[in-house]
Design a protein around this ligand. Sequence first.
Ligand code: WT7
Length: 661
Amino acid sequence: MDATPSAAIEILAHEIERFPQNTGSEHDDRLKAYQAEVEQSLADPNAYWLNQANRIEWMRPPTQSLTYEWNTEKRIISHTCYADGILNATTSCLDRHANGERSEKTAIIWQGEESADVRRYTYTELRDEVCRCANVLKRLGAKKGDRIAIYLPLIPEAIIAMLACARIGAIHTVVFGGFSAESLRDRINNAEARILITANAGRRNGKVIPLKTWADEALRDAPTIAHVVVVRSTSDAVPMTSPRDHWYSDLTSNESTICEPEPMNAEDPLFILYTSGSTGKPKGVLHTTGGYLVQAALSHERVFGMREDDVYWCTADVGWITGHTYVVYGPLANGSTVLLYEGGPTYPNPGRTWDICDTHRVTVFYTAPTLIRLLMSHGDEWPSTFNLSTLRMLGCVGEPINPEAWRWYFDIIGKKRCPIMDTWWQTETGSILISPLAGIHDLKPGSALRPFFGIEAAILKPDGSVCGTKEGGALCLTRPWPGITRTLWGDHEKFIDTYFTANPNVYTAGDGCYRDEDGDLWILGRLDDVVNVAGHRIGTAEVESALVNHDTVAEAAIVPIRDPIKGQALAAFVTLMDGVTATPDLKQQLLLHVRTSIGPIAVPASLTFAPALPKTRSGKIMRRILRAIAEGNTNDLGDVSTLADPGVVDTLLRLKEPRNS
Ligand code: WT7
């Protein structure tokens, strides 16, 4: 990844608004305590993190804290946390609540797309069901360290399956249900998963999502899978292949609700989650058990100021890291009540999300800017129809939030009462690293504010020197934290290259950033070839290679364009093989090809057939020019003097296709 900015990053000059989080002497005390904790976490990280380990259950508590060696030159990048501790993540998330005062507390409220479809699990019921599922996995031959793929809709069984894997020490790899059969196959093959847990179908926006059909397609070429466990989530019929496929309900109905938790070293893997990068296929980000869980629990509690009676709704799917850390591990470790909603946020009408907040009396709501913009586009009447008075805390994650969306969220949804936590983090960081804290920081629309406890950020210029105030640069983290990814599955060299070479001996996040005059951080978006479409990370190289794999395509370039709802969208420029004619039908075929190769989220918003792509004399595609053309900034093509053939640009300007929708 080349995440060092090649030129100074432009910082938009705008008036910074401040929303003070109460003042007075109580605030002064809180601020002092906060500052002391920040200082302690940085001055004595060993003591700080060892102390934090107490927030989860251990079979053998650790005596070791955070250790690391980051030496890019020697190509040694390693970090561990609690390396001599023994635990099982599920005892913190389940048993200690089920065996204690939270035994009858609701752990999960599941809301299906039909209003009447509601299921609830107490912590005891959840523990029992996880144990049943864990026993099933064992009976199917799963052992500690095996990989198990999960391809499910957002139903309680998704959480149950993840925790069942953790219970027996198997490594789960959850694949988002919106990914195609090919994407699922690639992930299964890379992880060499032995078991797949899926459902007959999911449901979204009134439509059936045929997960089992896609899974069957993926499994034609996924030889490591020996068993498929199928949850019957809808009434849709699906073919079952004997003896490979099993109905979940048939397997679990007679299973015992007792399954002893497998003792795991803190550094044993908990899960692999695939994410897109700037090159090649998605990478398997590996997270381990102890440090990840401690930091998930700590950040969830502190960022959202969790209280015992909260009803907490994080809208992320468990197919993403937000779902792992802030739907499953963080909130369950903290004994929270978690709301899960399977359906579309504006189905059957644009009030649906607020209807759910009202019906289930949601107190803490955590979502993505893209959803806020989508809901905002439907007007203020929808939220005003519902009672949102239980809300007390709001959050957002996934992309920079534009100040307009922030203000709408603050005024219309939070009624100016609810602080907004704009949380910055990544699949690789495991948990929130930059965020305001309620009652402590003045909020500023568009700023993620401050590094969390124990986190040290630096903003670096291309030459490695530190940026000054209001100078844009590459966001880097100068020391590890307990939940940082340990490696990329099966490719430690790539791990070093991707995160530790652009700036030696520090973690380079891939985002642009600047610090304002108060010392608060503003995230500016990706610096590498990763595009953020509706909060989902998509590597341009991945979409380009999907296009080039099509028989008719000689060359393809993908560039990001601004999108009012999704933040960014993809624009494709495609050069066809000699003799192939560009037709509207072929264009549709190519878009469909991307959909089946990766999934709907990767389908370009526009596709232009280009007789040739603009290239430098050394053959490098000039994406900057394509981006300007795609966005219609044709007066702003910049320096085109390095182009091998400047005529290409004129042709493209004539041919540029409008967006599909
Ligand atoms: C990328 C990570 C971590 C959960 C969701 C996405 C962008 C994330 C923010 C924010 C500005 C943000 C960054 C980052 N991002 N949160 N609050 N402000 N940008 O996880 O798929 O690993 O993507 O999302 O560009 O690098 P992910």
